[in-house]
Write a protein that binds this ligand. Structure first.
Ligand code: AMP
Length: 209
């Protein structure tokens, strides 16, 4: 199954993806995670992307399209994939259509106040990318991941000014993708304001799993 998870930052795309990859037997492909690994490894891509990401802006379409195209050529993506964070612009969506046909686009609907609360308190494991929250889902030992023992940190783009910018960029550049894909009849809507367990159940229901 070839899926796109579409929604604003903080909608819970990554959290749902990690919970359903085994069920679907396809990999989660998060462009944000690929970029964060490149930043950590200080590759040319990472060096170029860091300032853009920290400011809450988008990396240029050409770079991201090439990165996803190469990733989708890997053996594990042949059965399908969950694209988490791509496409984010109309040119990205049009480019994707030229090299892969998606089955469904899952559109995450979450009110702004919940997005702000989630992003402001988000804590992420540097190793397994599990998402914790400073108030509602603290790791058992502060700064240490319950699942893999990795370091739990605050993403540089989860700072207040960057959060505001990312939401603005989402509205301007990514939200138009909802109509783009609705016209193709592939959108499934999901209300993602509740707990991850509830969202997993809702996802299974709307996907008929
Ligand atoms: P995410 O983890 O999906 O929130 O992505 C973190 C940051 O990586 C974004 O704010 C962008 O700066 C960059 N990024 C991730 N995916 C894309 C994309 N498809 N197009 C452009 N920039 C992206």
């Amino acid at each position: 199954m070839k899926l796109i998870f579409l929604g604003p930052p903080g909608a819970g795309k990554g959290s749902l993806a990690v919970r359903v990859v085994d069920l679907l037997g396809v990999p989660q492909i998060s462009t944000g995670e690929i970029l964060r690994s490149a930043v950590a490894a200080q590759t040319p891509l990472g060096i170029k992307a860091k300032a853009i990401m920290d400011a809450g802006e988008l990396v240029d379409d050409g770079t991201i399209i090439e990165l996803v195209k190469e990733r989708l050529e890997q053996p594990d993506a042949q059965k399908g994939y969950i694209l988490d964070g791509f496409p984010r612009t109309i040119p990205q969506a049009k480019a994707l259509a030229e090299f892969s046909a998606v089955d469904k686009v899952v559109n995450f609907d979450v009110p702004d106040n919940i997005l702000l609360e989630r992003l402001g308190g988000r804590r992420v494991c540097r190793m397994c990318n599990f998402n914790f929250h400073a108030v509602s889902l603290k790791p058992k030992v502060e700064g240490v991941c319950d699942h893999c023992g990795g370091e739990v940190y605050i993403r540089d783009d989860d700072m207040p000014e960057a959060i505001q910018k990312r939401l603005e960029v989402y509205r301007a550049k990514t939200e138009p993708l909802i109509s783009f894909y609705r016209e193709q009849g592939v959108v499934v809507d999901i209300t993602a304001q509740n707990t991850v367990d509830e969202v997993v159940e809702l996802f299974k229901k709307v996907m008929g799993l």
